[in-house]
Design a protein around this ligand. Structure first.
Ligand code: ACM
Ligand code: ZN
Length: 754
């Protein structure tokens, strides 16, 4: 084997350097996701009316894609010659890999498969002017820099998910979404078709799924945790006909995207049960859900239900050529099963331990059925509870623990942890972001995601098939808002799953994203632009100072310290700002003429604990490290709505003890902090907290509340050096709440001592 690698390498080197040196050096390509290897050479290929494409049937899809991309995007008409040629090269190991060579007189695409060649075309496309995207290239010729690119994916599962139950999107839009996936060399579209709030796929055998399950009476407006909840009073719904589903599947196939349908069971089934109440445990008529969350009415594992699901899955399996069918499996409260005579009898008869094993029984039966049809199942990581179905692939979403457990059991895994893959979370700390479910997942955090959990050895890591971004649409009801949430985070995800880790570099990626904006504009994609924002960090070396940073080059940060808005006349930032008292810093990015991006505002509260010593008995969760323990006494409070920001620290299920050392005996009049209480995201304030100063202990009970932020304040009025907090975790999330049965998270903010 080593010999073969060397041989391939030598061939490649010669391939890289035989571009003729003709003209001036060209600019470095800014391809996203970044290729494995790329060399830019002098000179360029001229694409004009004398250019032609030659290909065999092996490369029909990719060649025709390129032909129509060029001919529809410009007034150039291609000839029947081989200036652009496709060569089948079986020595390329990865079936999705390719070589792309651009020479002054020819372009050569080498691949083992049409799919590999298709990815070569997606790279070539990014070397062409963006006017081709919106079909406005009107010049007679386009110059493409000479280059040699050798490329292959890191992971075989590279996907994006879309929830169409909470809100639905047109077939045209779904195609646009698939186009974007394909452009970014992603190969899987996970279509979340059924949920409590609407059943969205036509099933001919069950017309009430179309008549009843596809429509809800009204929809929650505002955030789930707003009190009182309000509704719009308008019927909402619809479904994709089987003809439309076929159209989407065929369209995706022509872009080498596999569509994986998701049919949720046994939970998230309220819409189906509203149409067919006999499928639930109580048999009572219920409505399609009009609000968000987790619902107790789930499928009852009786024979009638299995017949229904098998009939549904028969139609689904016929419509989707994908080997995988996603069967959900997440968030299925067991309350109905506990009180159902049939379920309890089944548990006894099957020798099952409890309702979790009943869920495993349910999933394993569905798996067996689908396996008999040549299909494999994927389920959310709850399918591990009560025992994994023999051949199931696990989609790890509640963290990476499910992934680790499944891979250790030698089951395939797809990574979608909320911390890095949930694009329904906020992506900026700006107050005027569109309403979102919560959380905070900025571009850099997506980009930094490594789909292989550290806990796995090399053998176990083989079971990680890849990763995907998930877009749940409770709070996303327009196509433009969906694009805003998807982009540019989808660009980051494409690089996570395609590119070699050693080629990833965030500052370089950001430059390529800035360049990619033109292409997204031409594609009429409403991306979020947070590249011109300012980030700040309190530095506490010998003296406190505040550092400002921005991501892109060639611009100036200007700031004020008197709460006025920064202008082109404000002070230019060039070194950290010394902090000696409480202050408000306002800063903004400028080019020579104008302000770019939003004003950054940071209040620094120079209280008595700032810059002092702090220790915590437990490390915060890896995904919510904030700025570490020191971040709790850095003078900066966390965001009111983004618990994943740099200031909040998150702990999962742990009792924590925090000790602050003020360095010397200090008069302590008040101590304040905040807990995040985002119950929909499994985050709960503690039930009580204890504080100790100089052997004096005070306890505070915290009543259960629905407010998102719980502030607490002690007024000890004593002198002391050490402050100790004991913060027990809230405990297990109760039935009926989102995340029921799981450990609650604790999120704590700045501890302000005065
Ligand atoms: C999920 O987010 N409930 C899989
Ligand atoms: Zn039942």
């Amino acid at each position: 084997m080593p010999f073969k690698k060397i041989a391939v390498c030598i061939v490649f080197i010669s391939f890289l350097f035989n571009c003729q040196n003709t003209e001036t050096p060209n600019i470095k390509p800014q391809i996203i996701p970044i290729p494995s290897e790329q060399t830019i050479n002098k000179g360029h290929f001229v694409l004009d009316n004398s250019t032609g494409i030659k290909y065999t049937d092996d490369f029909k899809i990719s060649a025709e894609f390129l032909k129509s991309y060029i001919e529809n995007g410009s007034s150039i008409k291609l000839q029947d010659n081989n200036s652009i040629s496709f060569i089948k090269d079986d020595s390329i190991e990865n079936p999705e890999g390719y070589l792309l060579e651009i020479l002054p007189k020819s372009i050569v695409i080498k691949a083992k498969t049409d799919q590999g060649a298709f990815y070569a075309i997606q790279s070539l496309r990014q070397l062409l002017p963006t006017e081709f995207e919106n079909k406005t290239f009107s010049e007679a010729k386009a110059l493409i820099s000479c280059a040699a690119i050798k490329d292959e994916p890191q992971f075989e599962h590279r996907g994006m998910h879309l929830d169409v139950s909470r809100h639905m999107f047109s077939v045209e839009f779904i195609k646009k979404y698939i186009d974007a996936l394909a452009m970014l060399k992603m190969n899987t579209f996970h279509w979340h078709l059924t949920d409590d709030q609407g059943w969205r796929i036509e099933i001919k055998k069950y017309p009430k799924l179309q008549e009843i399950a596809a429509y809800r009476n009204e929809t929650l407006i505002g955030h789930y945790s707003d009190q009182p909840q309000q509704f719009d009073g308008k019927t909402y719904g619809g479904f994709y006909t089987q003809e439309e589903v076929k159209e989407v599947v065929a369209y995706a196939k022509s872009r080498f995207v596999t569509v994986i349908p998701e049919i949720e069971l046994p939970g998230h089934a309220q819409a189906a049960i509203a149409a067919y109440p006999e499928l639930g445990c109580t048999g009572k008529q219920i409505d399609v859900a009009t609000t968000w969350g987790v619902f107790e009415d789930i499928f009852c594992p009786k024979e009638e239900t299995f017949t229904f699901l098998e009939n549904v899955l028969d139609e689904v399996a016929t419509l989707f050529p994908s080997t995988y069918i996603h069967i959900g499996g997440d968030e299925a409260p067991k309350a109905r099963w506990k009180n159902c005579e049939y379920c309890q009898k089944l548990i006894k008869n099957e020798g099952l331990k409890d309702e979790h094993e009943l869920q495993s029984y349910f999933i394993a039966r569905i798996e067996k059925y689908l396996n008999s049809k040549g299909k494999q199942i994927i389920g959310w990581d709850e399918i591990l509870e009560g025992g994994l179905a023999p051949n199931a692939t696990v989609m790890s979403w509640r963290g990476i623990e499910g992934a680790v457990e499944a891979a250790k059991q030698h089951h395939n895994v797809i990574m979608t942890p909320t911390s890095h893959c949930y694009f329904d979370y906020y992506q900026s700390e700006n107050d005027n972001e569109p309403l979102a479910i919560g959380g905070f997942l900025p571009l850099e955090k997506v980009y930094g995601f490594n789909p292989i959990p550290e806990e796995l050895n090399d053998d176990e890591a083989q079971y990680i098939l890849g990763a995907q971004g998930n877009i749940w649409t409770e709070y996303i009801n327009t196509e433009s808002q969906l694009e805003y949430m998807a982009f540019p985070r989808m660009l980051a995800m494409s690089e996570v799953v395609w590119s070699k880790p050693e080629n990833k570099n965030y500052p370089d990626f950001v430059k390529r994203v800035e360049n990619f904006h033109k292409r997204l504009d031409a594609l009429d994609i409403n991306y979020a632009n947070h590249l011109y924002e300012i980030e700040g960090e309190l530095l506490s070396n010998d003296n406190l100072s505040y550092q400002l940073k921005t991501l892109t080059d060639g611009k100036t940060i200007r700031y004020t310290l008197d709460s006025s808005e920064p202008t082109l006349q404000s002070e230019i930032y060039n070194q950290p700002i010394p902090i000696t008292k409480s202050v408000t810093i306002k800063a903004s990015l400028f080019n020579n003429e104008k302000q770019l991006g939003k004003v950054f505002t940071q209040n620094i509260n120079h209280h008595k604990a700032v810059g002092k010593k702090i220790t915590i008995n437990k490390a915060p969760h890896k995904s919510y490290l904030g700025s570490g323990a020191e971040g709790l006494i850095n003078g900066v409070s966390g965001s009111d709505s983004r618990y994943g920001d740099k200031e909040w620290l998150g702990f999962w299920g742990e009792d924590i003890e925090i000790i602050i050392d003020l360095g010397e005996e200090t008069e302590i009049n008040s101590i304040e902090t905040r807990f995040y209480n985002g119950q929909g995201q499994w985050i709960y304030a503690p039930n009580e907290i204890e504080i100790e100063i100089e052997n004096e202990v005070e306890k505070m009970q915290i009543p259960n509340a629905t407010e998102k932020l719980i502030s607490i304040k002690f007024e000890p009025n004593v002198s002391g050096r050490y402050i100790t907090f004991k913060i027990p975790n809230h405990g297990i999330i109760p039935e009926g709440k989102q995340g029921a049965g799981n450990k609650a998270w604790t999120f704590i903010d700045e501890i302000i001592v005065n």
